[in-house]
Design a binder for this molecule. Structure first.
Ligand SMILES: Cc1cc2nc3c(=O)[nH]c(=O)nc-3n(C[C@H](O)[C@H](O)[C@H](O)COP(=O)(O)OP(=O)(O)OC[C@H]3O[C@@H](n4cnc5c(N)ncnc54)[C@H](O)[C@@H]3O)c2cc1C
Length: 287
């Protein structure tokens, strides 16, 4: 352990209102600690600059998966293991369950939370592509207000997002309208397990008479934020599922993603893999 533990402070609020009061009194001073799977890596490496944290362990208002009407609400503290086990999520949101299955190891899945994945804001995170495809909304809460915002647009740049220092992410809401859509999720990393994505692809298409009535595509690790490939989607809406469509889509995708060279991969490899995953998604639609 390279960090000096006594230099850190950890509070344990007993309720959501206590946690929000702490955040409200000194905005930016106290940072939430959820599963700790991102924070503990930084702590161990001696790179956790922020010193004051509060545990979310007793914030039961941020737990649970609730199905109500035509949507499902997932508490920010829901773990990947809980996501995978939930029957409605398995039936309606296979992309999110696949992302949960592909995240780290079982130990990470037991501790890591959906809320932590969103707020950690890694462009290589595995659940955001699924959330973008599903048109997720997120609930932000402070002592002053509670509001729902579209997840699309929440991340505005590398590790930048639209959350105030006194706010917590309380929940994620998904509309239950994607069951009839054909869905595809694939993460490509160095190995099958415990790998950070080189490219992560989530896609869903609604088919009608051999054509694509609607399509949604999102990718991770190909830009400073996880993004929707909106122009590629536009080019595909209404098109027939044919080889030509795949070629056009590959070209369009190359224009709208901006992969980089880094320690995990090269821009060239990432672009080629992203295009190949798009083609695989299409090949599946033709079956
Ligand atoms: C071995 C290992 C493997 C991993 N593999 C993957 C992987 O394959 N794919 C992947 O995407 N990630 C992976 N991760 C990263 C990590 O597990 C996820 O990002 C996880 O979802 C983080 O959740 P957490 O609850 O542990 O967050 P924490 O570490 O507790 O917090 C992360 C950040 O989010 C903030 N935060 C947490 N919850 C809230 C909230 N409700 N409101 C406001 N702010 C909040 C914290 O203050 C902190 O800034 C891996 C991590 C490890 C250690």
């Amino acid at each position: 352990m390279r960090a000096c533990i006594p230099s850190y402070d950890l509070r344990v609020p007993g309720s959501l209102s206590e946690a929000l009061a702490l955040l409200g009194r000194e905005p930016g001073t106290w940072q939430p600690f959820a599963g700790g799977t991102d924070l503990m890596v930084l702590l161990e490496a001696g790179k956790l600059g922020h010193k004051k944290f509060f545990s979310m362990a007793k914030l039961d208002d941020l737990r649970g998966i609730v199905v109500a009407g035509d949507s499902v609400t997932i508490g920010a503290l829901t773990t990947y293991s809980e996501i995978q086990k939930h029957p409605l999520l398995q039936a309606e949101f296979p992309l999110l369950c696949a992302a949960a299955r592909e995240t780290g190891s079982i130990a990470t899945q037991n501790r890591g939370t959906l809320g932590g994945n969103i707020i950690n804001a890694s462009p290589a995170a595995d659940s955001p592509p699924a959330l973008l495809v599903y048109d997720a909304e997120i609930e932000l809460i402070s002592e002053r207000r509670v509001h729902w915002v579209p997840y699309h647009g929440f991340h505005t740049g590398y590790k930048k997002m639209q959350i105030a220092p006194e706010e917590l992410l309380r929940a994620v809401r998904l509309p239950c309208r994607f069951k009839p859509w054909r869905q595809y999720y694939r993460k490509v990393g160095t190995r099958k397990a415990q790998a950070i994505s080189k490219v992560c692809f989530a896609g869903a298409a609604l088919l009608e008479n051999g054509a694509i009535r609607d399509v949604r595509i999102a990718l991770g690790s190909v830009a400073p934020i996880v993004l929707r490939a909106a122009k590629t989607e536009d080019a595909l809406r209404g098109a027939a599922i044919a080889a030509a469509t795949t070629a056009t889509a590959r070209e369009m995708l190359a224009r709208e993603i901006a992969p980089i060279d880094d320690i995990r991969s090269t821009a060239r490899y990432r672009l080629r893999v992203a295009q190949n995953l798009l083609a695989e998604f299409f090949a599946g639609l033709a079956k």
